[in-house]
Design a protein around this ligand. Structure first.
Ligand SMILES: [Zn+2]
Length: 419
């Protein structure tokens, strides 16, 4: 029997001490520090339910639901929560193997960012993605099987493979991508353009860095969701770089500018005091340029970091971690057991250096877990992890729930966590 889990991410520093950054309380964190002490453990949070009765009841209901709906077999599905509360959003990091597919669920809409992922004799990511979205929409009939927007970070197959399957099955009101139309995932971006051409009124926004100012860029295509109460804000912080800024080659001597990963759409999501950063597959050159552009101010500072490039050695820079100061990190990459081309095993995702860097950086803990990390391509070894670094390869689908006070809860579809 599959055992689903609910884990409130526990603070590494404790709410009562505040959340210090470089010796000073960070301005965007100080506002929520007062609430942190009641949210760092589930029992404490529920005990504080008098202050948040609907939210606490929703949590209890979902725990019971997830425990009830589990089924046997692998990979274990995590049924999306059935209830929605005003003042709550969820980021569903859907297990599509090696690839990205992040569903952003809001009180009044949903946005899908990428449609990974892994395709081989053992896994059909399209089937996993559609099955998950079917269950999600079944639990959210108010959304009428409609995505307010589909965002494609960049045209690689592990991010765009499922576009056709999504367009066949659900309504999509708008599209956002980086405007690149070549690469292993070009069929996905071509499908988006064919769909838009065939459906007049469909909006398509190609995000170019030339259009992004110091506060990022947003409009009603990038941020199509308008909710009463807590209204989410979606902002593009990065996109296609039109002219080579003179980037150095990568560690393998390849052009950083010619690498589509460095043109990934980067999306910031704000929901009340909660914040997420979705980084596509941005590598070192672009991460450093993005940090140079925004600095350590509020634009890059977030609670939850979707780790870039599947936890690759080149996807997690110290500069980005210093700027983003995440409390929780999530790596989408699939497990190391499937030994085919274009898998986490073949690429060596996630790399030990990246996971250890993330573990030092994130501010919350998780129950100790023994995981497999890559020392190189097709070479893995064990690591004991107790920092709030989650990964689809270890955890299956990961759902990070946030309320408007910035309180976070993490649930995973696998019962491998040790209490
Ligand atoms: Zn990728």
């Amino acid at each position: 029997m599959f055992e689903a889990t609910l884990r409130w991410a526990t603070s590494a520093v404790g709410g009562a001490t505040g959340l210090a950054v470089g010796g000073a309380v960070h301005p965007t964190r100080s506002a929520r520090s007062a609430a942190a002490h009641i949210s760092v453990h589930a029992d404490e949070f529920i005990a504080a339910g008098a202050s948040y009765p609907l939210y606490a009841l929703g949590v209890i209901r979902r725990v019971l639901l997830v425990l009830l709906v589990g089924s046997c077999g692998a990979p274990p599905p995590l049924s999306p929560p059935q209830a929605t509360e005003q003042g709550v959003m969820r980021a569903h990091f859907i297990d599509v193997g090696q690839g990205d597919a992040t569903l952003l669920e809001f009180p009044c809409g949903a946005v899908l960012v990428d449609t990974g992922g892994e395709q081989n004799a053992e896994l059909d990511s399209d089937a996993l993605l559609v099955a998950y979205l079917d269950r999600f929409f079944a639990g959210r009939p108010d959304l009428r099987s409609t995505l307010s927007a589909l965002v494609l970070s960049h045209p690689h197959a592990d991010h765009t493979h499922g576009v056709g399957a999504v367009l066949e099955r659900y309504a999509v009101k708008a599209f956002v991508d980086d405007g690149l139309t070549t690469g292993s995932g070009r069929a996905g971006v071509a499908a988006v353009r064919a769909f838009a051409a065939a459906h007049p009124g469909t909006r398509l926004r190609e995000v170019s860095n030339d259009d992004i100012g110091p506060e990022g860029m947003t409009d009603d295509v990038i941020d199509p969701v308008r909710c009463d109460g807590v209204d989410p804000h979606l902002t593009a912080l990065w996109g296609r770089v039109p002219v080579d800024p003179g980037w150095k080659s990568d560690a393998h001597g390849r052009s950083s500018f010619e690498n589509a990963n460095n043109h990934s759409v980067v999306l910031r999501v704000d929901f009340g005091r909660a914040s997420f950063l979705l980084t596509g597959d941005l590598e070192v050159a672009a991460q450093e340029a993005m940090v140079a552009k925004y600095g350590r101010g509020r634009m890059l500072d977030v609670d939850v970091l979707k780790v870039a490039h599947h936890g690759s050695y080149n996807g997690t820079t110290e500069a980005l971690l210093a700027a983003s100061t995440p409390e929780v990190a999530v790596i989408p990459m699939g497990p190391s057991e499937r030994r085919h081309a274009f898998t986490a095993w073949k690429f060596g995702h996630p790399r030990r250096v990246a996971v250890e860097r993330l573990a030092r950086a994130v501010r919350r803990r998780r129950p100790p877990l023994d995981v497999e990390v890559a020392d190189g391509v097709s070479a893995f070894s064990a690591l004991r992890l107790d920092a709030a670094v989650y990964a689809t390869g270890w955890d299956g689908t990961v759902i990070v729930e946030a309320n408007a006070n910035g309180e976070l809860a993490v649930r995973t579809s696998r019962g491998k966590l040790n209490d």
